[in-house]
Design a protein around this ligand. Structure first.
Ligand SMILES: Cc1cc2nc3c(=O)[nH]c(=O)nc-3n(C[C@H](O)[C@H](O)[C@H](O)COP(=O)(O)OP(=O)(O)OC[C@H]3O[C@@H](n4cnc5c(N)ncnc54)[C@H](O)[C@@H]3O)c2cc1C
Length: 461
């Protein structure tokens, strides 16, 4: 479905919030921010919105090319899905059977700095390696940002909530944080919000299916005793809970001893929702928490290995797999992926299967099809799929880049998002020197530069 309100802008007014607060707080100080005005203005070359997989790589890549960069992230830390949803997988780094590394650059740097492989690894032990600790990943990203603090600034706890345009250019992006409403005036914006918030609010055309992939809250349970058939017992307990009306949907059961021998990490929650609708997203957060605890209670009741278990914690946010997909200069298709179509302006490589979760319970695995049947060989992602239409000084990277729903089911994985982010970061830095128009950057030239720093698309050479 094409989404009709393609030119909608989000204008956030402080009037209501300030008025409500003044009813319960003592008199405001004289320099209080008045409703609707900005408390400060920041100018930068490159503004990266969203510090997840794509945004982290974009910010680092742009800073390493010498641009003045500001990274804005709504969480108090970077890492996106890895740290806020607690997903430790580096999927898309390597070929599924040969385990040959197909994405290098910042993604491989982060994996090796997490202690998983050598910096110049040609192969990895598993095609889908995991990092050992998601908190330490936050520290790693903090350290890398601090190493570039001369020209890279970071604003955490900062929500991008509005975009102002003039003609086909973004003139400023409004961010809400503890400084109040902050106006950021960039030369170029890289939208790495996953949901394409900036692009959509700036008027770039996009698609969002009426039904998108389900949302999932990840959680961990401590003091679990492993036993033979644990997965099968867990699955039976969930089926019974579902029959009792205690659990609407689930998949898997996705119970894994990933971080410690007596602790399970669970990704089995499945909540259908519209993640770009604030009320529905809030409903999904509550449903996710309720379902996670229902799963825990079912196992505690029916699975002996859980008799002494405790609910350790769920990660702060429910994870969003799919929302807006920007309609770019090239819309990457399933056919492009499955035929490994080559593009002259390829700037990244993907290799994950077309991993589309359905909005229903699936037993055993996450999908209701055979992943092997939709497993592409490593494929090219062209620069043009990072270039939105109609907005001149904007790039997108990660989950919101330009792809059909089917292709996006593959390109959405963590490492592929990082590879796109790195390419967008370099392009953003380059375009600042050329009037802030990424469309005028040659994809071929960009590819050459990426290759010069050991990044860009995979070649067998
Ligand atoms: C539950 C779940 C399980 C998954 N499992 C896997 C898996 O096993 N392997 C795999 O490789 N991939 C998996 N994925 C897919 C993959 O993790 C994501 O698609 C990937 O993180 C995309 O990277 P991104 O940078 O586009 O988005 P993200 O990593 O989500 O980053 C987006 C960032 O933008 C920030 N942001 C959003 N809106 C705003 C705003 N308005 N203002 C400021 N900041 C904002 C967010 O806080 C976030 O940090 C999974 C996804 C989910 C949801």
């Amino acid at each position: 479905m094409k989404n009709p309100p393609q030119t909608r802008r989000q204008f956030f007014s402080t009037t209501t919030a300030v008025a409500a607060a003044s009813a319960v707080l003592p008199a405001r100080p004289v320099n209080a921010v008045q409703g609707g005005s900005h408390s400060k203005t920041i100018k930068t070359d490159v503004l990266v919105c969203g510090g997840g997989c794509a945004g982290t790589a974009a910010a680092l890549a742009a800073a390493r090319r010498g641009a003045k960069v500001l990274l804005v992230e709504k969480a108090p830390f970077a890492g996106g899905i890895i740290t806020s949803v607690g997903l430790p997988y580096f999927d898309g780094i390597a070929h599924i059977t040969t385990r040959r590394v197909v994405v290098r650059g910042i993604a491989l740097e982060l994996l090796s700095k997490s202690g998983v492989c050598a910096p110049d690894a040609q192969t990895v032990a598993k095609h889908n390696p995991t990092i050992p600790n998601t908190f330490e990943f936050k520290l790693l990203l903090d350290r890398l940002f601090q190493e570039h603090s001369q020209n890279l600034s970071v604003l955490f706890n900062s929500f991008v909530c509005g975009v102002q345009t003039q003609g086909d250019r973004i003139t400023s992006v409004t961010v809400a944080n503890k400084d109040g409403m902050v106006s950021i005036q960039p030369k170029v914006v890289i939208d790495c919000t996953g949901d394409g918030d900036v692009a959509a609010w700036a008027g770039a055309p996009y698609e969002q299916n009426a039904e998108v992939q389900p949302l999932t809250l990840h959680f961990r349970i401590g003091n679990v005793h492993s036993e033979p058939n644990l997965s099968a017992l867990c699955r039976a307990a969930l089926l019974a809970a579902q029959e009792r009306g205690e659990l609407p949907f689930y998949y898997g059961p996705g119970v894994m001893f990933l971080f410690a021998k007596n602790e399970v990490y669970v990704h089995g929650v499945r909540v259908p929702a519209n993640p770009t609708n604030a009320a529905d997203l809030s409903r999904a957060e509550m449903q996710g928490r309720a379902d996670a605890h229902a799963m825990f209670r079912a196992w505690k009741k029916d699975v002996p290995g859980f008799s002494e278990a405790y609910f350790q914690e769920a990660y702060p946010w429910i994870g969003v797999r799919e929302s807006r997909r920007i309609l770019g200069e090239h819309v990457l298709t399933e056919d492009d992926l499955m035929t490994s179509r080559r593009f002259d302006d390829a700037v990244a490589t993907g290799c994950w299967y077309l991993d589309l979760h359905p909005n229903k319970t699936t037993l055993n695995g996450a999908n209701d099809f055979d992943p092997k049947k939709v497993q592409p060989e490593p494929y090219d992602i062209p620069y043009r799929s990072l270039l939105p239409q109609k907005v001149a000084n904007l790039l997108v990277a990660g989950r919101c880049h330009s792809a059909t729903r089917g292709a996006h089911a593959s390109t959405r994985v963590t490492v592929t998002a990082m590879a796109m982010g790195e390419a967008a970061g370099v392009a953003g830095a380059l375009s600042c020197k050329k009037g802030g128009v990424p469309q005028e950057i040659s994809g071929l030239k960009l590819r050459e530069i990426l290759s010069g720093v050991g990044a860009g698309p995979f070649t067998d050479a």
